[in-house]
Design a protein around this ligand. Sequence first.
Ligand SMILES: Nc1ncnc2c1ncn2[C@@H]1O[C@H](COP(=O)(O)OP(=O)(O)OP(=O)(O)O)[C@@H](O)[C@H]1O
Ligand SMILES: [Mg+2]
Length: 291
Amino acid sequence: MRVGAYNADQVDSRDSAQRAQKPDIRLQHVSKRFRTESGIVPAVEDVTFELSDREFLCIVGPSGCGKTTILKAIAGLVPVSAGEITVFGRTVTGPYPDVGMVFQNPVLLKWRTILGNVLFPIDILRGGRKKAKGFAQELLELVGLSGFEGRYPHELSGGMQQRAAIARALVHDPRLLLMDEPFGALDQITREAMNMELMRIWMETGKTTILITHSIEEAVFLADRVIVMTPRPGRISGLVRVDLERPRAASVRLTPAFNELKGQVDQLVRGGMLESRRSEDVEDADSGGSS
Ligand SMILES: Nc1ncnc2c1ncn2[C@@H]1O[C@H](COP(=O)(O)OP(=O)(O)OP(=O)(O)O)[C@@H](O)[C@H]1O
Ligand SMILES: [Mg+2]
């Protein structure tokens, strides 16, 4: 396990054989500023990291630090203001098909049934619906929604809708899976069960995965590496490499090694928040300290 202040040399902390492979995803000095009526909002600043094939990366950080912005930028849904993102060797300039995204809100189409929603990417990509239907049903079973295929989104709870959205993200078998707080709406027991399922899916399918979460425990349980971000504008404040053996049993959460890793991530989160408060104080002092 490794932890420490972030620097660009650490962007890929895997062993040399893995590093020799071309990374699946590369963010180089990515910044994003939003133009709003009240001025420019710097959301993300100078973010650099890489992901190798089949790697599972978790991103944690305080609310508003730019996690969703980074994920959307990787999916090509938000253009970056500076820097470059490459996915599977190509510079991202807009949306592309080989990605499955689970949004922070499930955004299901209310006029489609749950099965219809799960099949939506197939329809968009003009894939064979007949072939995909069986797989969609398997995915619904996997996320605990068999029997709900014919229901409409408003007939499902928030957590059930989110699980349908996870099935939808997987239905076209994308190489890259991006998940934005996918389990935030679930109760603890269901959340832990979904963590196990996700880990199983990931190990079986080998998708390169990025997952955003506010749960440090979830991040350590799932990830190969955890990136910690500072408050807005989001920068990377550090990363923790999780070298717990796989497959990981639920009971790994009770081990000293797991708790040590959790402590390291927690320290980085708190450190980043303190640092950011200190720099706000310096800015206040520089500008006369009044507000
Ligand atoms: N479309 C937009 N227009 C203007 N500002 C935006 C837009 N999207 C995000 N922002 C701003 O960028 C910053 C980062 O937002 P983002 O949604 O990426 O944060 P986050 O880390 O995902 O937060 P949370 O944990 O609450 O989901 C916030 O200050 C937000 O107000
Ligand atoms: Mg978000």
